[in-house]
Ligand binder design. Structure first.
Ligand SMILES: [Zn+2]
Ligand SMILES: [Zn+2]
Length: 626
């Protein structure tokens, strides 16, 4: 007998069951779409404020998005309203200011520049913003320096490697009778560069090779460009600070969050667990602040007292301890806390403001007005950093960490990092050499200076005093009062008339200049700035290379190695790309129009040139006249 498949429900009960299930699902899914969004927002806002949030970035972000939508739909009025609400929730919201400025421009309103300035100011107002700006600036600068060094290295290599190659080629021709001596000598010279391409060694090596023939100005440029690498190698403050700032789980980042956001159990646990040797007072101060925000007064005073027992000179601890008593309506004890804080730092506006409130509660009106006066404009500035809705319940303000205190904490935490955590900061400076690199660079410069002292300048390659081609003691010809290269000497060989010699030399010189110009044109266009440095326009070359490197770095990184995950980084990037690409193009164009300059002072060193003068003096005058 065939078994019938088991079915739970059949016919109309099944239909009824399915309908009921669909209804339940609809009801469950309903609130997400159904209820009023603003009512939800209000509830969220009340809860955030009740638990001590200074600003409500989530709501600000929602308003900002609505403003963008309204603006796209063409309703500028509504967009502006949303942006104002966004700033109500987060007074430091730079993007909202910038959007207001854009709206103002499009509606030809005079307040557009004011918003622009406010936006720029608010970028640097919070510790978080400052920290991001600092890390991005340092990281960008390191890349710019790298590109600058690359440009200088290429330029000097093109200019001065032939000097070394000439000498080496000459040697090989004489000793080993090598075929293609010039090619072989370039291969020998460049092989170390290829082997250690990903380290600082090629830079150091090429510096030593070129140093001997360089002009003084060029040597100064090399030292200036290389110094930041040496400093960065020996002091790793930037790496350690970047590790602290970029890590959302570092104590400083957590304290910064606790400072402005509401009391949060996860945050409390994270701070409790954060590894920070020697920073126990800050940890306890922060936990005390969070408990105070959460109205857990027993825990708050416990933590604050612990912090004060570890570091009795923290005014912040006493102010917040006073707040704990004030909130429990124990105004005498609150006064004690505030007064103790005042004795440590009388200029703290929050302390003076709260002190005034406690005086009012104890009916000491004269003292109250004195304290209010002492709080001065500082308290208005402090209040302006809160969301507008954040002053509902309390008359006193919590004493938060100031930006300065957060920076101090960041520096202190940076020094306590172990090697492993400190190394995380290296991600933001991947090409900066470490201490070994710095030592290599210093040894390089010392070696270069020592070599230039030790090596007899007579033995170096120099330029032919007629055409500027390279020559050396092994191949030059002393003719009349000039030191000529082999080729120039050949052209005037067995010519006696001074006038003809002059004409022949001029012809030779012009031909060589044309040839040199042609060969330099192609190779020096690799990077903007190379050509100018090659031709000896050092400052112009550096300026072009700087424009080029800044544009390239911004084109690649967008200027921000460390992005705020909450910021809408994608928008406006097209404009930025166009600007930076234009910068790169302009650098190349300016480099292409730079004038070639083949004027050179004779590279022959003093010993030989004085000898040249002597030989010139010895030559009988009759020959010259002829
Ligand atoms: Zn010559
Ligand atoms: Zn030579």
């Amino acid at each position: 007998m065939r078994k019938r498949p088991v079915r739970l429900l059949e016919g109309w009960p099944r239909i009824a069951f399915c309908t009921a299930l669909a209804l339940v699902l609809l009801v469950l899914a309903g609130p997400a779409r159904g209820t009023d969004e603003t009512a939800n927002g209000e509830r969220y806002l009340r809860e955030e404020v009740r638990r001590g949030a200074r600003k409500i970035p989530v709501l600000a972000h929602v308003e900002y998005q609505s403003a963008l939508e309204a603006s796209r739909a063409g309703d500028k009025e509504r967009a502006e309203e949303h942006l104002r609400r966004a700033l109500r929730f987060d007074p430091d919201y730079a993007d909202a200011y910038f959007a207001l400025a854009r709206l103002g421009v499009s509606r030809l309103r005079p307040d557009a520049p004011v918003y622009l300035i406010q936006g720029v100011l608010s970028l640097g107002k919070t510790y978080n913003g400052q920290a991001r700006l600092a890390v991005n600036a340092a990281s960008t600068l390191s890349y710019v320096l790298l590109v600058l060094n690359l440009v200088a290295c290429v330029a000097f290599s093109i200019k001065y490697l032939p000097y070394v190659a000439h000498k080496l080629g000459e040697r090989m021709r004489k000793r080993f009778n090598a075929a293609l001596p010039r090619v072989v000598s370039y291969l020998i010279l460049l092989s170390p560069v290829l082997f250690f391409a990903d380290t600082i060694i090629p830079l150091a090596y090429l510096t030593v090779l070129c140093w001997l023939s360089m002009y003084r100005r060029e040597k100064i440029l090399v030292v200036v460009l290389v110094t930041p690498f040496v400093v960065a190698g020996f002091f790793d403050v930037h790496v350690r600070l970047a590790a602290v700032i970029s890590d959302p789980k570092s104590l400083t980042s957590l304290v910064d969050r606790a400072n402005t956001s509401r009391a949060d159990e996860h945050l409390v646990q994270a701070i409790d667990r954060a590894p920070a040797v020697g920073l126990e007072p800050e940890k306890n101060l922060t936990l005390g602040l969070l408990y105070l925000k959460d109205q857990r007064y027993y825990d708050a005073s416990d933590r604050l007292l612990k912090a004060l027992s570890l570091d009795p000179d923290r005014a912040m601890g006493y102010v917040n301890l006073g707040n704990v008593h004030f909130m429990q309506a124990d105004y005498e004890k609150a006064l004690q806390g505030y007064r103790k804080a005042e004795s440590i730092d009388a200029s703290d506006p929050v302390c003076q403001f709260n002190l005034a409130q406690a005086y009012i509660k104890t009916l000491l009106m004269k003292e109250a007005s004195r304290s209010l006066q002492a709080a001065g404009t500082g308290i208005e500035r402090e209040k302006s950093r809160y969301a507008e809705d954040a002053f509902e319940a309390t008359t006193i303000l919590p004493r938060l960490f100031s930006d300065k205190e957060l920076w101090k904490l960041a520096v202190a935490e940076a020094t306590t990092l172990d090697a492993e955590r400190a190394a995380e900061g290296r991600v933001l400076f991947p090409w900066l050499p470490g201490r070994t690199g710095a030592v290599i660079v210093i040894l390089t410069l010392l070696l270069a200076v020592a070599l230039s002292r030790l090596i007899n300048p007579e033995k170096l390659t120099f330029q032919c005093s007629n055409c500027g081609m390279l020559t050396c003691n092994g191949c030059c010809v002393e003719d009349r009062d000039m030191t000529l290269c082999r080729e120039c000497a050949k052209t005037v060989e067995s010519v006696t008339s001074e006038k003809v010699v002059e004409a022949l030399l001029r012809q030779k010189r012009q031909a060589t200049f044309l040839q040199r110009k042609k060969s330099a044109k192609l190779v020096s266009m690799a990077f903007p700035g190379v050509r100018d440095i090659y031709y000896g326009h050092v400052s112009r070359g550096v300026a072009l290379a700087f424009l080029f490197s800044v544009s390239v770095v911004f084109l690649i990184t967008g200027g921000s190695a460390l992005r705020d995950p909450a910021s809408a980084a994608a928008k406006g990037s097209l404009l930025r790309m166009i600007i930076t690409a234009a910068g790169v193009a302009a650098a190349y164009a300016l480099s292409a129009v730079s004038k070639p300059n083949f004027s050179f002072k004779s590279q022959r060193h003093r010993a030989s040139s004085s000898r040249a003068v002597e030989t010139a003096a010895e030559t009988p005058k009759a020959t010259r006249a002829a």
